[in-house]
Structures are given as C-alpha cells and as structure tokens.
Design a protein around this ligand. Structure first.
Ligand SMILES: *[C@@H]1O[C@H](CO)[C@@H](O)[C@H](O)[C@H]1NC(C)=O
Ligand SMILES: *[C@@H]1O[C@H](CO)[C@@H](O)[C@H](O)[C@H]1NC(C)=O
Ligand SMILES: *[C@@H]1O[C@H](CO)[C@@H](O)[C@H](O)[C@H]1NC(C)=O
Ligand SMILES: *[C@@H]1O[C@H](CO)[C@@H](O)[C@H](O)[C@H]1NC(C)=O
Ligand SMILES: *[C@@H]1O[C@H](CO)[C@@H](O)[C@H](O)[C@H]1NC(C)=O
Ligand SMILES: *[C@@H]1O[C@H](CO)[C@@H](O)[C@H](O)[C@H]1NC(C)=O
Ligand SMILES: *[C@@H]1O[C@H](CO)[C@@H](O)[C@H](O)[C@H]1NC(C)=O
Ligand SMILES: [Cu+2]
Length: 647
C-alpha cells in the first residue's frame, strides 16, 4: 500500500513536472511550424518574396497571466490564449499578423505603412554578404590592390537614416581579409564600401576612396586562442539546488520564468521572492529584458559616419545568441536551455544551449559581524554569498555581449552586461601615437590600427510589480542642511518626492544631485509603516553625448537619459521603436513618454540604460578582455528585517 502511494505520488510529480506550462512560454518549434503552415496555406502565400522577419508570442494580457498563475497553475480552463505576432514582408510591403494557435486562424492582419523596417533576416544578410563575389567590378578592385578575393569576408552593416526620404531597405558591406589570421575584424580593407539594395538583392554602388587609402595592416600578432579549454563531462551527476521545469526556475527563495525570443534574447518573467516572515510569495518583476542597444561610432568620415547601430531592433539579440561552451561560458554545474526562433523562411531554428543557469559561490560575504562587546567572549557570525546566475551571450558581428541576471537570497537582482570580442578598427599608415597628425577618431591601439571611439548603450525594460501592479516612482534626494545649535555646521537628510508624470521621471544621473531611486507600492506597508519597495542601484552613468539634432541621436533619443518611467502598455517594449531598421525617431520610448501620463500608483515600467563610452586601448587588441557594467534592484523596506536570517 505504502509503496503504491509512493509510486502514485512520484507519477503525479512526474506528470506535473513534465507539463508545467507558463502563459509566457516562448513559441516552441511545433508552434513555429504551425505558424509557418497557417501563413503559407493562406492568401498571404501568394505574396512575392514572402519572408518572415519576426515571429513571437503575442503575450496574453497581464491580468490573465496573473490570474492563471495565482490559480496554482492547474486550472486549464483559465490558461490564457496562445497567440503569435508575425511580421512578414512580401511584395515590398510589411504586414503585421496576429494568429490564434488554438484554432489555427488568422485573427488580424494589416499592412504597416509607418517609417522603418522590421529586423533583417539572417538569410538576407548572408545573401547580401555574398554579392560582391559575383561582381566583376569588385573582383577587379581587390585584385588591383593585390588581394585574393577568396580570402575576403564581407559583412553587412545597417545604414541608419540621415534625413533622406527612405523607400528601400539597404545595407552597406565592409570587407575584411582572412589570409593568415582568424581575427577577421582586425584586417579591415579600408576605402571600400558596397551599398546593397536588400529588396532587389543587388549591389547599388561600390564606393572607393582613392589615393592615400591606408593599406591592409599586417596579420602578424592578430590571432588569439584559448589557453586550453575542456568541456564538462557530459553526464556527470550534479546536485543542483535549483529546479528547472520547462521554463520555470525555482531556487531557494526565488521563482521565475526564463523565456527567449529572436529580438530580446533572454527574458525574465514573473519573478517572485518568498518572504518567510509573511510566509508568502511576493511579486517583484513581471518582465525584464534588453529592449535595445545603441552603438554609435564617433567617426564622421564618409566611410564610417553611418555606423550607429541599433543591434536589438536591426539584428536581434536572440538572433545573435550563441551556443554556450561549458567551462568557458558557464561553470560545470550549469544547466542549459535551448532557444528557438523562426528563420527568414518561417521554419523553426534552434540555438542549442542558448541560456545557462547556475548557482555561484562568489566567495563574498553576504553578512557578518564579530562581537567583542560581550565580556569574556568574542562572537563571530556570518554567511557566505550564494547566488543564481542566468546567462546568455549575444555575438553581434565583432562584439560579444555577456548578459547576466543574478538572483540573490537577499532579494536583490543584479543585472550585468559584459563586453568582449574584437574592436572595429581602421587602418592607418602611422605606427607611433605621437606621429599622428591627420584627423583621427580614436587612439592607436595596435600596429597600423586605430580603435574608433564609440559608445554602447544597453537599455533594459523592467516591468517591476512590487507586491502588485500599482506602484509609484520615488526620487529620494539627499539635501545638505545647516546645523543649528550644534558644534557641527552641516548634515544631510533625505527629501522624498513621488514622480507625478512621465515627464517627472526622466533622469540624467551623474550630476551633483545625489538621488536614491525607488519603486514603491504605496498600497502596501511594512509593519512599521514604510512603503514596501525596491531601489534601483545604478552603475557607472553614461548618457549619449551627441547633439540632439544629430540623425542617429534622433533615432535613439532615449539615450539622453539613463532613467525613464512610463505607464504600462503591452505594446511599448522596444525603446527605439519596433521598426528600428532605418527608423526616423517617430516611435519609441521618448515619444511614448511625451504623452506625460500619470505614473502615481499605476502599473509602471522602469527603463534603465547601461552605458559605456569606449575609447579603446592596447589591451583591447587582438581581443578585448571583458568590460562589465550593470545595475542592481535591491529590496528597500520590502522585508521586515534582513531576509538572510532564517528565524
Ligand atoms: C477553473 O476556472 C473556471 C473559470 O474561472 C472556474 O469556473 C472553475 O471552477 C475552475 N476550476 C477549478 C478546479 O478551480
Ligand atoms: C479562434 O479563436 C479565437 C479566440 O480564441 C476566436 O476569436 C476566433 O473567432 C476563432 N476563429 C475561428 C475561425 O474559429
Ligand atoms: C587565393 O586563396 C585561395 C583560398 O585560400 C587559394 O586556394 C588560392 O591559391 C589563392 N590564390 C592566389 C592567386 O594566391
Ligand atoms: C523578389 O526578390 C528578387 C531578388 O531576390 C528581386 O529581384 C525581385 O524584384 C523581388 N520581387 C519583388 C516583387 O519584390
Ligand atoms: C548528491 O546528493 C546525494 C544525496 O544527497 C549524495 O549522496 C551525493 O554524494 C551527492 N553528489 C555530489 C556530487 O555532491
Ligand atoms: C499603447 O501604446 C501604443 C503604442 O504607443 C499606442 O498606439 C496605444 O494607443 C497605447 N494604448 C493605450 C491604451 O494607451
Ligand atoms: C506633465 O504633466 C505635469 C503635471 O500635469 C506638468 O506639470 C508638466 O508641465 C507636464 N510636462 C509636459 C512636458 O507637458
Ligand atoms: Cu566597445
């Protein structure tokens, strides 16, 4: 009897584990195939050159998601709808389609006529990159430079917008020489830009600069290799202290959902922390992911001026996700999650091991104290820091972005961005820094190579729901006051102010003003009467320094401030607008925020930009050591006391 019950319990657990769905689960390969099937058997199939640019879950309404989660994940009659949003191009038009996956029908469909284009597909980029090798003019040009065209790789770069009226999709190709090196980006062929019309998939123009073009730098010293790498033994038994059921992760006092799509890459959803004092799971983050990146190069010359990338919107971080390598990218105790998305042909594509999840003993001290005040005793107590890391790497051309979400038992969530990979370089005839007389746009970082100055702005979408949707954004200003009737002359105190509207919540940090930024739930207080909340602990601040009327800046105008808070709207997720390729700045965070909606005690979204002003140095060559920046979301008056202490 006892054994039978045990077997029953194990079977039930197994069934439950196997089928732990979540309404925000990314589209699985069957669903992607189903979408492809629905579209290619509909009237849309007759569109000339039909390509799939975006295929993603059309997320259910937040209310329904939360309702289902609160019904203990078991009531199938309330499982929110499965719908997909698809953006296709065909016959020179962009179409937005909503599909219902339950009954396989097209729910809505319309032609998008606004500015900008959806992300480029990998197929288009690869086809564009091969075009030069069919061009006699190109072959002639490179052979006149003494280069072997079989040793050339061309990469497509998005072209942005510089005030012109846009009627076609286009990319520019820059080419590199592979002979005697694997470090392709270190061997730029300067003075050669190939303009490609993506619609007709033809070269429009080959632009060459004449005399004085610096020659190809030498290949010597450009290679880099790992100094030994071992893969983890594939079936080694590891006792993990977290569980992964489908996309649901449970670890110590945290539970959350890990999703993936072609655009954002990794997406963290419905993160809740267990409060042992209240004996309840408490909501912290409804959704968080990278919304956009902006990487403008600071070289206005005719060959470089357009290099001002919006990588997430133009290419996609999920599209750029790489398979993680055990013991290099993630430690031996990591668990992995695959990523799925649709290719340009609409068929499912898999990125094996796109995300890794691992527990990390950091070697840091979570808390400690040595008490010497007790006569006759010295009492030392403390605990080491343990955290759970969720990681993805996006390799966008030359750069690798390491994206980490780190969960701590203290209730903190740390978000980190690491930059590594290879710089974009420009050849120069000069070999010594003090010889350089011409106008250059970056330092000499290796023999005959300049590392062009540039920025990286990585903007996060953070839909925090602290103990519920209704939250407020509080700016706690530290003000210095004069002391009266005291030997002291001054002290500081905190003056709190709730931001009333979106206009009030746009912030440029790093000025003299000292601010603590908090998201609070004014409807829920601690026993002591403080509003429960989370603080945004910002990292090294950097905002875009370009002039407001500079075209790339118009497209990424949100990078003039690190912090924005907007009223929640399901369709406002992509900071530079959904149609970022060749966008003109008519959509996006800065535009939405202009509505100046009220953000007091409302469902609000916090946007934070991690910025780097990168003036390269010699250590960035031939491959750059990881440079990290980030921020932390830390509980403030959220718990009654230090949650690390188990009563
Ligand atoms: C499931 O949800 C439906 C609709 O809200 C409700 O009528 C039904 O009683 C629920 N069933 C269970 C087992 O909770
Ligand atoms: C499919 O289901 C949706 C709702 O889930 C409904 O609105 C639509 O009418 C259905 N379409 C067909 C063709 O049954
Ligand atoms: C050009 O490169 C290809 C591929 O590496 C090689 O097979 C070929 O011999 C080279 N041609 C010349 C003329 O060097
Ligand atoms: C379809 O694509 C081909 C090249 O791939 C192009 O020549 C043709 O013009 C395109 N047709 C339309 C209607 O866009
Ligand atoms: C895993 O846990 C089991 C049971 O607690 C234990 O017997 C085993 O030694 C552990 N293995 C490792 C590698 O820690
Ligand atoms: C939500 O955002 C979209 C895009 O900005 C906008 O068109 C729509 O009107 C907004 N909806 C509401 C209810 O504000
Ligand atoms: C936004 O609204 C607030 C409160 O109504 C007002 O004081 C402020 O001037 C508005 N800002 C803009 C730019 O309209
Ligand atoms: Cu950089």
């Amino acid at each position: 009897m006892d054994i039978l019950i045990k077997i029953l319990v194990i079977t039930l657990q197994f069934l439950f584990t196997k089928s732990q769905h979540h309404p925000l689960d990314p589209l699985n390969p069957n669903e992607i195939s189903q979408i492809h099937q629905i579209i290619t058997t509909s009237h849309l199939a007759s569109l000339p050159n039909l390509t799939f640019h975006f295929v993603d879950l059309e997320e259910p309404d937040k209310k329904q998601v939360l309702h289902w989660l609160s019904s203990n994940n078991q009531n199938h009659s309330t499982f929110p709808y499965r719908q997909a949003k698809v953006v296709i191009r065909g016959g020179g038009e962009t179409r937005e389609i909503i599909l219902d996956l339950t009954n396989g029908s097209i729910k809505s469909e319309h032609v998008y006529t606004g500015d900008g284009y959806p992300p480029l597909t990998l197929t288009e980029l690869l086809r564009a990159a091969r075009l030069p090798f069919k061009s006699l003019q190109f072959k002639d040009l490179v052979s006149r430079r003494g280069l072997n065209s079989s040793e050339i790789t061309c990469f497509p770069f998005t072209v942005g917008w510089f005030g012109e009226s846009i009627t076609r999709r286009a990319v520019k190709l820059s080419c590199f020489y592979r002979e005697r090196t694997t470090n392709v980006f270190s061997m730029p062929i300067e003075g050669l830009t190939i303009l490609v019309d993506i619609e007709s998939m033809q070269i429009t123009k080959i632009i060459t600069s004449g005399r004085g073009t610096p020659p190809l730098p030498e290949a010597e010293g450009t290679d880099f290799q790992s100094s030994g790498r071992t893969n983890p033994s594939p079936h080694c038994e590891i006792n993990r202290s977290f569980t992964m059921n489908g996309h649901n992760i449970n670890w110590k006092n945290w539970r959350f959902h890990v999703g993936f799509n072609a655009r954002a890459g990794m997406i963290i959803s419905t993160a809740s922390v267990f409060d042992s004092g209240r004996n309840e799971w408490r909501r912290v983050l409804y959704r968080g992911h990278v919304s956009e990146t902006f990487v403008p190069y600071m070289d206005p010359s005719s060959e470089w001026y357009y290099k001002t990338f919006l990588d997430v919107g133009e290419f996609g971080f999920g599209r750029s996700a790489v398979t993680l390598v055990g013991l290099t990218d993630c430690p031996g105790n990591a668990a992995y999650m695959d990523g799925y998305m649709a290719g340009g042909d609409g068929m499912p594509q898999k990125v094996p091991r796109a995300i890794c999840i691992f527990e990390q003993y950091t070697g840091d001290i979570a808390w400690r104290h040595t008490e010497v005040g007790i006569p006759g005793k010295v009492v030392t107590s403390g605990e080491q820091e343990v955290c759970l890391v969720v990681r993805m790497v996006a390799t966008v051309g030359n750069y690798d972005y390491i994206l980490d979400w780190v969960f701590k038992q203290s209730g903190s969530i740390k978000v980190r961005v690491g930059l590594t990979g290879v710089l974009e370089m420009k050849p120069t005839t000069e070999t010594k820094a003090n010889q350089i007389k011409e106008q250059i746009y970056g330092p000499l970082i290796a023999k005959n190579r300049i590392g062009i100055n540039h920025d990286h702005f990585i903007t996060y979408y953070l839909d925090l729901d602290i103990d519920g949707e209704h939250n407020s954004f509080v700016k706690a200003n530290l003000k210095v006051k004069k002391a009266k009737g005291s030997p002291r002359k001054s002290y500081w105190t905190v003056v709190k102010e709730s931001a009333k509207t979106e206009d009030d919540a746009r912030l440029r940090l790093g000025t003299n003003k000292v601010l603590d930024l908090l998201l609070v739930n004014p409807n829920r207080k601690t026993n002591l009467g403080n509003d429960v909340g989370y603080q945004l602990m910002t990292g090294q601040p950097a905002v875009s320094l370009m002039m407001d009327d500079d075209y790339p800046q118009i497209r990424a105008s949100y990078t003039k401030y690190q912090v924005w808070v907007t009223a929640y709207n399901k369709s406002e997720r992509w900071a530079a607008g959904f149609y970022a390729d060749r966008s003109t700045g008519k959509d996006g965070l800065a535009i939405w925020s202009k509505r100046n909606r009220s953000i007091v005690n409302k469902d609000i979204v916090l946007w934070y930009t991690v910025g780097f002003h990168h003036s390269p140095c010699q250590e960035d060559f031939p491959v750059m050591g990881t440079l990290t920046n980030g921020f932390e979301l830390r509980p403030v008056n959220f718990f009654e006391r230090n949650p690390l202490l188990k009563n």
